[in-house]
Structures are given as structure tokens and as C-alpha cells.
Design a protein around this ligand. Structure first.
Ligand code: PLP
Length: 418
């Protein structure tokens, strides 16, 4: 009997193999049929330290037997309190309030609602959101609205709200980005907020830009009193080499979105951090000004316990050192791949390495990515290219030898495309 499971971003009509994963450890996934797969993409960018990290697994097990779930509207628990205090200390200075939710998309929805609520409660009709070209912020309606329009969201276009797009700050084109942002911020229709993926746009194709540009864009927004939302759902928890990408630009956004690696990737949890000004514009003796958002699993204690264990690992172990070692191995791999005539534009930031394939059709729907994916799968590597961009974003425990193995598989996969 065929499976009733409907998979995300999967075309079931193509009959592609759907491997069953039975267990995982470190950088490896173990298939039910006995094969093993090197997790080249940290299971969709979530696993940071490694699969089934013992400290995180133990924290989850202990919490599951003590307090599993509880309503968070007007009630609290020690794991959430501890985590919120830690996040305020770890995040850029000035983000003093933490709102929990359960995925990257909801962290972004919460951020957008906070921004709009902030202006609404101050009696200002500011609704326009500025976005960066090629961005991705999730798949719920609000998150899609602030992301690039593509085949991903064509069917839902009538429901998506209008945004103003700022050109991506590609090398040599930075001034154009700043001029466009300045013009939009200064326009009579004052924008509510500008949302960006700091330093690297993930799903847009691992497109990197400089810390100087991140800082400059933040400054333009500050000058015009436009809220700056940093979506660190992908970049957070070390992916760009530092705990948060914003650190590299020395900036504090007004709102910071975290998810994926917040729990080390083991269980779903998200947090949206906000400045005191945004919290204060919601705090009042009028109930009508409260922040109208929740979900059943807000600040689930088991997930918060996992996140506290993750924070302890960051505090007690040399995670940046591990990412630096991984980065050096990725550089060596990129140097090898750059020798391939069909590959160019190698780039790395922290624990993310990407390189582009020279193809005539680089679109998401071209069969290049699925063919590379299938070849890698057969050779024992979990890979998921984005159009013609091949990337590795492995867990931080991945060894240089394992990276070399992944690189050899990619090299062969590109050869096999012929
Ligand atoms: N924001 C960014 C920058 C992302 O990369 C993603 C997911 O890849 C999201 C938001 C959405 O996160 P989730 O898939 O957990 O909803």
C-alpha cells in the first residue's frame, strides 16, 4: 500500500524514492534498510552540534517526565524563564523581551505582528514592510508575503500583502541598495519595518553580502525610525561563524527572529526578541493593547529544556572553534570543487559553503537539483541543491574527512549530470 504521508516540497507524482530514516547520531542518518547518509544540510539547517546530542537528549528526557506542556498565557515555568534570561544576555544588547513560538515562520509572523502592533498602539498608520530582494522567510501567508515571489507562492498570490523590495546588495551594487532603502524610508508612506536575513540569504541561493552593508542598512532604518527585523532563523546559532550574524556587524536589530538551531535542532521552538520600546508600546492598563498572538505550544517546557541545554553547550564548549575547523575543511573542499569546469562562484561563510553549477536552466523547477540529490543519495550523502546552487551546511561535529567524502560525492554527482 502506498504511504498516506504527504511530504513538504515533494512532488509525489514523480515517484522519487523516499528513504526511511530509522535513527541518527552525530553527522549521520541511519536508514531503515541499513544504509547510512552523511547529513550535508543539517536536516534542513536545524541540527547544529550533531544528531542526538547527548546533553540535549538527556534534558528532553528529564523534562518530559517532569512537566510536559502547559498553557503559557498568564502562566510560566522555570525552563522558559531561564531560557528567556539567557537569550537576553546572549543576543545583541537591547533586546530585552522574548516571545516564544514554534517555527521559523511563526517567529517571523510574530515579528511582523509586533511591528504593526507597535505603530498601531502609538496611533500611527504604518503598515508597509520593506524586504530584501531574493529573501525567504517561511511558508505561512505573512512570511510568504515578505519573501521573494516565485513558483513557491504563485497559487497564493491573491492573499499575499504588498511589500516594497530593496535590491540585493551584491558586490559593487551596495550604493544602489542603500539609495533605494533611503528613498523608501523617506517616502511619505512611512514603512513599518524592514526585514532582512543578516549576512546571507539562505533559500535565495546562499547569497552573501558584507557586514558593512548590514550595518549601513540598519543605520538607514534607525535614521528614519523604521523598525529593523533581523531574521536569524537560518543564520543564528553559529551558522555564519558567530553565535548570531548581527554580531559581525555590531548591530542590534529592533526585533530578532530565532528558531532552527535554538534547541540544537532536536525539537521545534522559536523565539522573537524585541526591544523595550516595542514591548512598552504593547504594555498598558488597556487590554485592547496587549499582543494578540499565541499558539497552543508556546514555550513548550520540553523544547525550552532542550534550548537551555543548547545554551549550556554554547557557554561551556568551544563551539566557534568547531565551526572554524569545519570552515577550514569546507574551504579545502571548495578549492577542490572550483577545479571542476562546470562549477564556479565558490563562497563560504562560517559553516556554510556554496558553489554554483553552470547550467542554462537554473530555475527551481529544473531537473538539475533533483538529479544531483538522487546521485548524492545513492552515494550516501544528504544533499538538497537550491536550483543550480550546491551547498553544504553540515552539523558542527562533521570531521574534515567526512567533508572530503561529501566533496568527492558532489564532484561525481556533477560529472554524472553530463
Ligand atoms: N526564515 C529563514 C531565514 C529561513 O531560512 C526559514 C527556513 O528555512 C524560515 C524563516 C522558516 O522557518 P521554518 O521552516 O521553521 O518555518
Amino acid at each position: 500500500m502506498s504511504s498516506p504521508v504527504w511530504h513538504p516540497f515533494t512532488q509525489h507524482g514523480l515517484g522519487e524514492a523516499i528513504p526511511q530514516i530509522a535513527s541518527a547520531s552525530g553527522a549521520w542518518l541511519h536508514c531503515a534498510d541499513g544504509r547510512r547518509l552523511l547529513d550535508g544540510i543539517s536536516s534542513w539547517w536545524v541540527i547544529t552540534h550533531g544528531h542526538c546530542e547527548p546533553r540535549i537528549a538527556a534534558a528532553i528526557a528529564a523534562q518530559a517526565g517532569q512537566l510536559d506542556q502547559m498553557i503559557f498565557a498568564g502562566y510560566t515555568h522555570p525552563q522558559a524563564e531561564q531560557l528567556a534570561r539567557s537569550l537576553v544576555v546572549l543576543a545583541p544588547v537591547g533586546l530585552d523581551h522574548v516571545f516564544f513560538s514554534d517555527s521559523g515562520s511563526t517567529a517571523v509572523e510574530v515579528a511582523l505582528k509586533m511591528a504593526l502592533g507597535h505603530w498601531h498602539n502609538r496611533g500611527q498608520a504604518r503598515h508597509q514592510i520593506l524586504v530584501l530582494e531574493h529573501s525567504y522567510h517561511g511558508d505561512t501567508i505573512g512570511a510568504m508575503s515578505v519573501g521573494a515571489r516565485s513558483v513557491f507562492n504563485r497559487a497564493y498570490e491573491p492573499l499575499l500583502f504588498d511589500v516594497a523590495t530593496v535590491p540585493f546588495p551584491a558586490a559593487g551594487k551596495e550604493q544602489g541598495t542603500l539609495d533605494a532603502l533611503e528613498a523608501l524610508c523617506a517616502a511619505p508612506e512611512k514603512p513599518a519595518a524592514f526585514i532582512v536575513e543578516p549576512l546571507v540569504l539562505g533559500a535565495g541561493g546562499m547569497l552573501a553580502y558584507t557586514a558593512e552593508m548590514l550595518r549601513a542598512m540598519r543605520e538607514v532604518c534607525a535614521q528614519h525610525d523604521v523598525l529593523f527585523i533581523a531574521d536569524e532563523v537560518m543564520t543564528g546559532w553559529g551558522r555564519t561563524g558567530t553565535l548570531f550574524a548581527c554580531e559581525q556587524a555590531g548591530i542590534t536589530p529592533d526585533i530578532l527572529c530565532l528558531a532552527k538551531g535554538l534547541t540544537g535542532g532536536a525539537v521545534p521552538l522559536a523565539a522573537t526578541l524585541a526591544s523595550a520600546a516595542i514591548f512598552e508600546s504593547h504594555r498598558s492598563d488597556e487590554r485592547a493593547r496587549m499582543f494578540f498572538h499565541s499558539s497552543s505550544f508556546t514555550a513548550n517546557p520540553i523544547c525550552c529544556a532542550a534550548a537551555n541545554a543548547n545554551v549550556a553547550i554554547w557557554r561551556e564548549e568551544d563551539v566557534p572553534g568547531r565551526i572554524a575547523t569545519l570552515g577550514a575543511a569546507l574551504d579545502a573542499g571548495l578549492a577542490d570543487l572550483a577545479a571542476h569546469p562546470r562549477l564556479h562562484n565558490g563562497r563560504r561563510i562560517g559553516g556554510i559553503a556554496a558553489i554554483d553549477l553552470r547550467v542554462s536552466d537554473a530555475g527551481y523547477l529544473s531537473d538539475v537539483a533533483p538529479r544531483l540529490r538522487a546521485h548524492a543519495l545513492a552515494a550516501g550523502l544528504l544533499l538538497r541543491p537550491l536550483g543550480n546552487t550546491i551547498y553544504l551546511m553540515p552539523p558542527y561535529c562533521t570531521t574534515p574527512a567526512e567533508i572530503a567524502e561529501a566533496v568527492a560525492i558532489i564532484d561525481n554527482a556533477v560529472d554524472a549530470l553530463a
